[in-house]
Unconditional design. Sequence first.
Length: 228
Amino acid sequence: MIRIVIIENQPLLRIGIKNAILQSPVMHVCGEANSGEKGLAVAEKTNPDIVLVNIQLPDMNGIDVTIAIKQRLDCKIVILSNHTDSDEIVNFALSNGASSFVLSSSEPETLTSAIALTYENECWIDHKLTSKSFLENRSSKNKQFHKGKKYRNCLTCAEIRVLNLMARGLSNEQIASAQYVCVATIKSQIHELNQKLEAKNRVHAVLRGALLGYINYHNVICEALGET
């Protein structure tokens, strides 16, 4: 029996995923959670074979949840995502501990197939998520990939605040003023978060941060419009 934990913040989607899994006679949902922190606690308590993780959770992004789980438990991670156009985010997830990448809108049969293959140590990626060239490249490197994964450090709270201010288009001087620190501190934080996100520049960092769920665009837009 494949024991599964679901970490998904949307109730209807979580119910749909659970129902799809329950259709399989060889799979069992042993826990579920609607946030990253709760998901980590459930996973530690139940010690599942597979954890399904939404890449965008209300308190943590799915990559950070993946890293935390892989550091604590010997289980496999299947990332759930709505993104369909980023080879980069798929590669980033796989490079940081995820075993497979599935669209949240996938058919029930697709999801259970992905879980079963992941359980058998296969790397499963929905063909809609990424380009053919990426899939061929990942397939050719799959054995090497499974020998060892490199884990990045999570962004700190200060770095996440800086990233969100960058998303608003603020300069280093403006960010320093908003954070009540010197410009040199902000430059150091930006350098560090660029390294963690493997970003080439500010724009690249914001794009990657958005894909990973670090940027709250609702707050960004409201603040830009002067709303609370």
